[in-house]
Ligand binder design. Sequence first.
Ligand SMILES: [Zn+2]
Length: 251
Amino acid sequence: MLRDTWGELVDAAADLLLGGCCAGCLRPGRVLCPTCARELPTGGRPAWPDPVPAGLVPPWAAAEYDGVVRALVIGHKERRLLGLRGPLAGLLHQAVRAALASSEAGPVVLVPVPSRPGVVRARGHDPMGRVTARTARLLRHDGYDVTAMQLLRCRPGAVDQAGLGASARAANLAGSMHCPTELLRRLAARRTHARIVVCDDVVTTGATLRETQRALEAVGLEVAAVAAVAATRRRRPTGGARGLSSSDPTD
Ligand SMILES: [Zn+2]
């Protein structure tokens, strides 16, 4: 706990020293000013993509992917503003709580959507892995029997999802993740009959989440729900909705 607090202080100091400003409104100072922090939504809600990938378990999100929340996601992931990890975990925490409210009690395992190793190296950190771990700590404070485990790995070959439409994303992702045997053994040693909640930053088409669910089910694990910090506004790929831009999330 002391180490977590110290880590947050170091993150905040680094953000300040590097010429910090609020990721939401660009006001100089902390990476998230009190005004923008107060504007963050509370509670989780269903976040079905449109169209829904066949068989997707219920998805939950804390916010719409827009405004301050979008700035937080991008600032943490792309600009490595580590001080935003706390606020992002706070949002994911609400989405997971909403997801768990609709199923029975018992142990829970949070599984972050895996990042490709090259992406982690380029960014210098694994945003979802770290936010998911912090979310698990928040849930333990609430009294949940919960742990975060990075059970999945990406197979080489999948390309960056940004700019691809829903069907192209699904084709790109098919079979792109797997659960190595040693990780499955580690799960069996720590948790049996746990509810699994897949965690991601943004629900877009649901293709990444569906592939994550498939990879877990392929080794006999049952996924209860998926939870995300935010979800893009529902939209269909045809009928006048705009396409996904390169700055949109890679789900
Ligand atoms: Zn602000």
